[in-house]
Design a binder for this molecule. Structure first.
Ligand SMILES: *Cc1c(COP(=O)(O)O)cnc(C)c1O
Length: 360
């Protein structure tokens, strides 16, 4: 029983299918009226002026740094324990990621950012990991003090707020992924950025379509990162139910937190000022391999987000950071485990997971 993405579809099946069918019959398949409507509706949902639909979350990240003019010779601060896409968004542009350790909530430890700022630092990339909003006050203050750009990786935090404000709206750009497993998931790849800056929105629209604003007039070397009509149409249906889906995940999370009771297992903590949308319910356990096997034996799937932190992955060997460079990040990588969390999970399914964890 890994995460069952089909359940989240079945509940709204008719509406999603008819939205898709409407596009199939329309004869307009890429960047059209559905994308435009989704952009308006998503911007309004997060309370931002603009949204630009893109092909995926990684494009949202790297195109953001491209549009902000951040590249070779520049440094971007990011937490060590993130999905590698956050880091690739920086390095695709030739910029250097500067890693900061996470706090007890798995988000960037805001008290350790300032010591990493150098004259080369151009931006901070905040990742609202697992769906919990990071502490944004401190980050915003640092960005103002040192004149840094602020980009948010909201691929896991659709709908999460810090002090009542939606993640993605605190800085220059908020980056979203709508990969099928995300809390707002398409049925294929999709992504978007949100921004309050008209120039950034316009530049992003140019970059996503080969760097052209007017057909065959290319101002910059861009990308093909257009959003499909069919994905936008299905995302519009899901966006209408996002708050319900988040509420359902919160109910699952509170039951886990109330009923998992095993001294070997550390439960996730939620801060007082931010909200959590539970993209993942991440526990920590020292005997992780044993637990994975015992759950697998009972048909329960688990996932490690993420077993190898970016600074230790082969792709980033060139940065020259060895084992021990980020002890907290590495400790998390060795002990975190995501247990089943999906819309449409039944009470009985969850009871089996809890029983398995409590008897470990
Ligand atoms: C999923 C994810 C991305 C990348 O999104 P894609 O749509 O898969 O390219 C980036 N950052 C984080 C934190 C993610 O979870």
């Amino acid at each position: 029983m890994p995460n069952r993405l089909d359940r989240g579809f079945q509940k709204y099946q008719e509406e999603i299918e008819s939205a898709a069918l409407k596009v199939l019959r329309s004869g307009w398949y890429v960047l059209g009226p559905e994308v435009e409507s989704f952009e308006k509706e998503f911007a309004s949902y997060v309370n931002s002026k603009y949204c630009v639909g893109l092909a995926n979350g990684l494009d949202a990240l790297w195109l953001s740094f491209r549009v902000l003019g951040i590249g070779a010779g520049d440094e971007v601060i990011v937490q060590g324990n993130t999905y590698i896409a956050s880091v690739m968004g920086i390095t695709i542009n030739g910029a250097t990621p500067v890693f900061v350790e996470p706090d007890e909530f798995f988000n960037i430890d805001v008290s350790k950012i300032e010591e990493k700022i150098t004259p080369k630092t151009k931006a901070i990339l905040v990742v609202h990991l697992y769906g919990q909003a990071s502490k944004m006050d401190e980050v915003v203050t640092l960005c103002q003090k040192y004149n840094l750009r602020l980009v948010e990786d909201c691929a896991q935090s659709h709908g999460a707020c810090y002090k009542g404000q939606m993640t993605g709206t605190f800085g220059d750009i908020g980056c979203f992924s709508f990969y099928p497993s995300k809390n707002l998931g398409a049925f294929g790849d999709a992504g978007a950025i949100v921004t309050n800056d008209e120039n950034i929105a316009q530049a992003m629209k140019m970059y996503r379509n080969y760097g052209s604003e007017k057909r065959y007039y290319n101002k910059v070397v861009g990308a093909n990162s257009r959003l499909d009509e069919i994905q936008a149409a299905m995302l519009r249906v899901r966006l209408n139910y996002l708050e319900d889906m988040i509420a359902e995940r919160r109910a699952i999370a509170s039951r886990y937190s109330a009923e998992i009771d095993n001294s070997k297992i550390l439960l996730p903590k939620v801060g007082a000022e931010g909200t959590h949308v539970w993209h993942q319910y991440v526990i920590r356990v020292q005997e992780r391999e044993k637990l994975i096997v015992s759950m697998k034996d009972k048909g329960i799937g688990t996932i490690i987000h993420y077993p190898i932190p970016p600074h230790l992955s082969e792709a980033y060997a060139y940065l020259g950071h060895g084992k021990g460079y980020l002890p907290i990040t590495e400790e998390y990588a060795n002990t975190v485990l995501s247990i089943p969390m999906y819309n449409g999970m039944t009470q009985e399914e969850q009871a089996r997971v809890i029983e398995c964890l409590n008897s470990f």
